[in-house]
Ligand binder design. Structure first.
Ligand code: DLL
Length: 436
């Protein structure tokens, strides 16, 4: 078994917790001294950062939200003068002001190490040729993975996103062994290779590290088969650092959290209290080593649960499940909570459907109505109506059994839904939820 930083990745829980506490104390000192926003908030809530002697006290601290970041746009939450910031990233966000984050030189070192850890856990070594098909720019995906792969000593191909045919050409010519992108783009690459008649055995690909968006176990299976690789999941978010917060080892059964740098809690998004052990809830992250942009109890809106059993890989860093949904992408259809991921899992399992789908949500009167558009293979699309109807009925039946409510299903022609080079947009929400 190979580790990047064995002494940290395999630490005893008690040593790890001691380290977390010390780092939390210094982070609290840092934010109270340098960030007026936290100073004010702590004062209002009567929090004495010096009296912090146990990790369990974390739940006395206030949460930080995306709105707090927006209200302090662009540099209001930085904990060092701009002169000490060497990199700025921003998340564009689909709505509202962007959130801006900054990194010191040390932060970049830590970040690269975290990503190198995740690459190593996923099987990548300095012998690998790593093709990074994430966007480079304000998005943290491209640069984050890039610096980590260089730190590891791999040969990095910074191709960035898009231009699918060129990606494939480079993959062939440069003998890429590890592909890094969103899982949906990995499927686009696989489908395009199929169209071009490229046999995957002519490629050198061995590993795929995918992240940046949710994907199901069924989608992993599909990618692994189509590309002939070991596909692992990795998770992160720009507000906290970018990629490198957590990642799967080749066991592919949950993402090891880099707990010496991040304190992760799982809370009930309604009561804001910690969930019972092993229950699903919202992931809340406190950074423990960030200098430029520390965050305290950041509410990610992502849903997951902690897997507390030891991992056969030997790492003691606890795992979290894949992201199961977001508190804000939960659809309430006829009063029932539905997550797009549940729909995806079923579609991937049904013969004749393609792994491309879209969920359209509308509000009719006071009721939410969801329609699922599913791409089907050409032969089915042009097949007799009867067969199509049977397929629609089958999908509806499976969805109803899983979700407990009826959902509309429409079959669409292969390749008729939009493809994405970065994060896929699976849900089109036509509802006006502004409360007007
Ligand atoms: O997506 C950072 C990243 C880049 C992670 C590349 C992994 C690989 P943001 O653009 O700020 O940062 O988006 C963060 O994306 O809150 C999740 O909702 C979602 N997300 C990221 N990784 C995963 C994943 C990057 N592996 C938001 N599974 C997060 C599910 C993910 N969702």
């Amino acid at each position: 078994m190979t580790y990047w930083e064995k002494e940290r990745e395999c630490m005893s829980r008690s040593d790890l917790e001691q380290l977390q506490l010390e780092r939390l104390q210094s982070t609290l000192y840092r934010v109270t001294t340098h960030v007026p926003f936290y100073r004010k908030k702590f004062k209002e809530e009567g929090i004495d950062p010096d009296g912090f002697n146990s990790l369990a006290d974390i739940n006395k601290l206030p949460f930080t939200s995306k709105d707090d970041l927006r209200n302090n746009y662009p540099y209001g939450l930085f904990a060092v003068p701009l002169r000490d910031i060497v990199r700025v990233h921003a998340s564009s966000g689909t709505t509202g002001t962007a959130t801006v984050v900054g990194y010191t030189k040390n932060d970049l070192k830590t970040w690269s190490n975290m990503v190198a850890r995740i690459l190593t856990a996923a099987g990548v070594t300095n012998d690998d040729v790593v093709q990074i098909a994430f966007g480079y720019g304000m998005f943290t995906g491209g640069f984050g993975l890039h610096y980590g792969a260089e730190r590891l000593g791999a040969s990095v191909i910074p191709i960035s996103s898009g231009n699918t045919k060129r990606q494939i050409q480079i993959m062939q010519d440069f003998r890429t062994t590890a592909l890094v992108c969103t899982p949906s783009y990995a499927l686009v690459l696989a489908d395009t290779m199929d169209d071009l008649g490229i046999n995957i055995s002519s490629l050198s690909l061995k590993y795929g590290l995918f992240g940046g968006e949710p994907w199901s176990e069924e989608m992993r299976r599909e990618i692994q088969t189509k590309l002939g690789i070991i596909a692992t999941d990795n998770y992160g978010l720009s507000e906290v650092m970018g990629p490198g917060v957590a990642g799967e080892c080749i066991e592919r059964n949950g993402l090891h959290i880099n707990e010496d740098h991040f304190l992760v809690e799982i809370i009930n998004p309604d009561t804001l209290k910690p969930v019972a052990e092993g229950e699903v809830g919202e992931v809340v992250v406190t950074t423990l080593t960030k200098e430029g942009f520390p965050v305290i109890r950041y509410r990610t809106r992502d849903l997951a649960r902690i897997i507390d059993e030891p991992c056969p890989c030997g790492r003691t860093l606890r795992r979290m499940t894949r992201i199961m949904g977001r508190t804000d992408d939960m659809l309430i259809i006829k009063g029932v909570n539905v997550y797009p991921m549940q729909i995806e899992s079923i579609l991937f399992d049904i013969e004749g459907t393609e792994p491309h789908y879209q969920i359209i949500v509308e509000r009719q009167g006071r009721l939410d109505k969801a329609q699922v558009l599913v791409e089907v293979t050409e032969s089915i699309f042009f097949d007799q109506m009867k067969k199509q109807r049977q397929l629609v009925e089958e999908i509806k039946r499976r969805l109803a059994a899983e979700l407990g409510i009826g959902v509309d299903v429409k079959l669409v022609e292969e390749k008729s839904l939009e493809r994405f080079e970065g994060k896929a947009k699976r849900v089109i929400d036509k509802r006006d939820l502004s409360g007007k």
